[in-house]
Design a protein around this ligand. Structure first.
Ligand SMILES: [Zn+2]
Length: 243
């Protein structure tokens, strides 16, 4: 039997999920989010962009508000009502101090114990090249979890009234090819299908398949692969970095 994933920690109340684009969380871990909000946990989504460069046939000015609407509907499907946007430019997000500062500010504002992000590595399981936006936001999020707690790194944030928050206990990376932990996806799986399906405009351009069948097939298959390492239960895997 392959090495089993450990259950994700459950002794936390607030999480902040930080990703580059609308749909990143829905492809990655919305079933886990649904399970967590069922349990009364408070989860905020923070998106670096509005995904305005995601649809070839739509001008960015037209695309941004549409994808924002779809993202808010998508979050609502798994019990998340707070969705914020940093308005970095889609496709050309730069890893660097300004991005770290923006994410650290959000961590100070929301004071999460758990921070969630998406695969920050160069590749998806050494098979496909990752996008520069995912790499930049994932790495900056891992860094900002520490930045948020240090009053001397971004003193301007303290001047804005954002006191340091050193309470992030873990950063969980979804879509990692080296996961360590997992969450049972059974309860949240159907809502995660609806959550991904809320990105309908994007998905209709992406595939000729029936959108709902596409979403269900994709998410179910991923949860079943993880089940092999989680006692046979459909699961959402994470690579967990403790702090
Ligand atoms: Zn993305």
């Amino acid at each position: 039997m392959t090495e089993q994933l450990k259950p994700m920690p459950e002794d936390w109340r607030r999480a902040l999920a930080v990703v580059a684009h609308p749909d990143d969380l829905e492809y990655g871990c919305a079933a886990a989010v649904a399970g967590w909000t069922d349990g009364g946990r408070d989860i905020t989504y923070l998106l670096a962009t509005r995904g305005e460069a995601g649809i070839d046939t739509l001008e960015p000015e037209e695309c941004a508000p549409l994808r924002e609407r779809e993202q808010r509907a998508s979050a609502a499907a798994v019990g998340v009502s707070r969705v914020e946007f940093l308005d970095h430019r889609d496709g050309v997000i730069e890893y660097g101090v300004p991005l770290r500062r923006d994410i650290a500010a959000a961590i100070r504002r929301h004071r999460p114990e758990l921070v969630i992000t998406l695969n920050h590595r160069d590749t998806w399981g050494s098979v496909a090249w990752n996008t520069p936006d995912h790499r930049a936001v994932g790495r900056a999020t891992l860094d900002a979890a520490a930045d948020a707690g240090n009053r001397w790194i971004f003193p301007e944030l303290t001047e804005e009234g954002l006191e340091p928050w050193d309470g992030v206990r873990w950063v969980a990376v979804a879509g990692s090819s080296t996961p360590t932990h997992a969450v049972d996806a059974t309860a949240g799986l159907e809502r995660s299908v609806q959550s991904l399906l809320a990105h309908r405009t994007y998905i209709e351009v992406l595939t000729d398949e029936d959108p709902e069948t596409y979403c269900r097939t994709f998410l179910t298959a991923n949860a079943e692969v993880a089940a092999e390492r989680f006692g046979g239960r459909p699961a959402i895997p994470f690579e967990l970095f403790g702090r």
